[in-house]
Design a protein around this ligand. Structure first.
Ligand code: AMP
Ligand code: ZN
Length: 467
């Protein structure tokens, strides 16, 4: 079952073509770094893809890079975010697109987000967008103003269904901002470069030099790579009332479909109970967490603890708790032993009962918090160590926490400490207790602790607690 925002209900998911799923997720606008709020949405999409794969589907995942046309205002009056970003940084729009795209790809990898099958730039698909607008124009859904070609939403009685928009209320409330638009919900398909201004990013078109509106790129690329009607389209909750509403409108005008069978949205990451936003100036990057000593996967763990359809308020305490949870889970899984010495070539099979319960949780509209709780139940339960480990590594195909690859960092023991420890072990062997105690004190003074064990000893660095 997946929650479809178009139907506003949980629906049983069946792919349109047996065995294969087409998934389109709106990607980053690369005028700045992505913040961890953006990554909450990308993490949700990664989890969705993994859950679909868990169920045996082959997923074709398409994600766009918005590198032109996303304006600072949803009313199509603002400036292009790319040109604004270029001014802010003193680089060209093309340079910042490259810089922030690379940084986005690095952060995706640091969060164990799988690379999409297709990662496509809007600026590489200008002809497709022009063809898209040309078709809509032929079908009679466009009109021209002095600054661009607009989509006429009043020709669609169903316009705004995804968001359950109250069109009459919107019209009455915002009459002043209308400008040359016929209706407040109309949106730009193609914007003209301002007379006398040379934009860094502009193209020739049948309507004049300019650039595509932001909404066109996603529908044009989705149709190119996934067809006119595919399985699932995703984004953050802010996409419901404008971007995805307009994608559906223009696709209906072009080919008569609502583009995707399921429309799914991740709810916001908040910071101090307000939306974390790039445009608001202050925001946390993944690098900001790393700079404070956090493992990026602690953020992934944090996102697993909240359902994607609830907003999540970011606090450092919550991240601390997630980092601890991740550490304990890693440590617990590691302590179960390694394949090879303890378990032969592998650990055996995952426990069938737990696997079934886990599948039920993740197929219940991605209930990752409960799936995670199940992992803890397995770790603390009474299964054989090998079965526990196999079960948890199986679960990690969804969690993506890299549990199988993790091992505690072993610190190399300095030569003088090793020599003192060997001397103390020898003293104990020959029952010279005073000498053994003296050597232990010397080892401790150097910052190490020597633990005697039945089969020898272990050395650990004495950690000074920060609390
Ligand atoms: P953008 O780079 O602004 O185009 O956004 C990239 C993705 O992040 C979109 O799917 C947005 O809906 C999503 N997004 C933006 N802000 C947040 C937030 N605070 N929490 C979760 N997702 C967000
Ligand atoms: Zn989009």
């Amino acid at each position: 079952m997946l929650y479809d925002n178009y139907a506003r209900e949980r629906r049983r998911f069946e792919p349109l073509v047996a065995g294969a799923v087409g998934l389109y997720t709106c990607g980053p606008t690369v005028y700045d770094y992505q913040h961890i709020g953006n990554f909450r949405t990308f993490l949700f999409e990664d989890l969705l893809k993994r859950v679909l794969e868990w169920n045996g589907y082959v997923v074709r995942h398409v994600m766009n890079i918005t590198d032109v046309g996303h304006l600072t205002s949803d009313a199509d009056t603002g400036e292009d975010k790319m040109e604004k970003g270029a001014r802010r940084t003193g680089k060209t729009a093309w340079e910042i697109a490259q810089l922030y795209t690379e940084s986005f790809i690095d952060d995706m990898a640091r969060l164990n987000i799988e690379t999409p099958s297709v990662l496509c730039r809007a600026t590489d698909h200008i002809p497709e967008q022009i063809a898209f607008i040309t078709d809509i124009e032929k079908n009679g859904f466009t009109y021209r103003t002095t600054d661009g070609i607009y989509f006429n939403t009043s020709l669609q009685p169903d316009y705004g269904f995804l968001a359950r928009l109250d069109k009459a209320g919107l019209e009455a409330g915002k009459r002043v901002e209308l400008g040359e638009k016929k209706s407040i919900t109309d949106f730009a398909l193609w914007k003209f470069s301002a007379p006398g201004e040379q934009r860094q990013m502009e193209w020739e078109s049948p309507w004049g030099t300019g650039f595509p509106g932001w909404h066109v790129e996603c529908s044009a690329m989705a149709q190119k790579y996934l067809g006119d009607f595919f399985d699932i389209h995703c984004g953050g909750e802010d996409h419901i009332p404008v971007h995805h509403t307009n994608e559906i409108a223009q696709t209906e005008a072009r080919v008569g479909t609502r583009l995707a069978n399921f429309w799914m949205h991740a709810y916001f990451l908040l910071s101090n109970d307000a939306k974390m936003a790039k445009s608001a100036g202050e925001f946390l990057r993944l690098q900001s967490l790393i700079d404070r000593g956090y493992d990026p996967l602690a953020y992934r763990y944090l996102c697993l603890t909240a359902h994607y359809r609830t907003q999540l308020n970011f606090t450092w305490d919550a991240l601390d708790a997630a980092a601890k949870g991740l550490d304990r889970l890693r440590g617990g899984v590691f302590a179960l032993g390694e394949a090879g010495a303890n378990f032969g070539a592998n650990f055996g099979d995952p426990d069938a009962g737990y696997r079934e319960r886990f599948t039920a949780e993740i197929n219940d509209d991605l209930n990752l918090p409960r799936a995670l709780a199940l992992a803890w139940e397995v770790l603390r339960g009474f299964l054989a160590a090998g079965t526990k480990k196999a079960t948890l590594l199986e679960f990690d195909r969804i969690f993506g926490l890299g549990l199988g690859a993790w091992a505690p960092k072993t610190e190399s023991i300095p030569e003088p400490i090793a020599a003192l420890a060997a001397a103390r072990a020898a003293a104990r062997q020959s029952r010279q207790w005073a000498e053994a105690d003296r050597l232990r004190a010397e080892i401790q003074a150097a910052g190490w602790d020597m633990e005697d064990r039945a089969d020898g000893y272990a050395l650990k660095r004495i950690t000074v607690s920060s609390k």
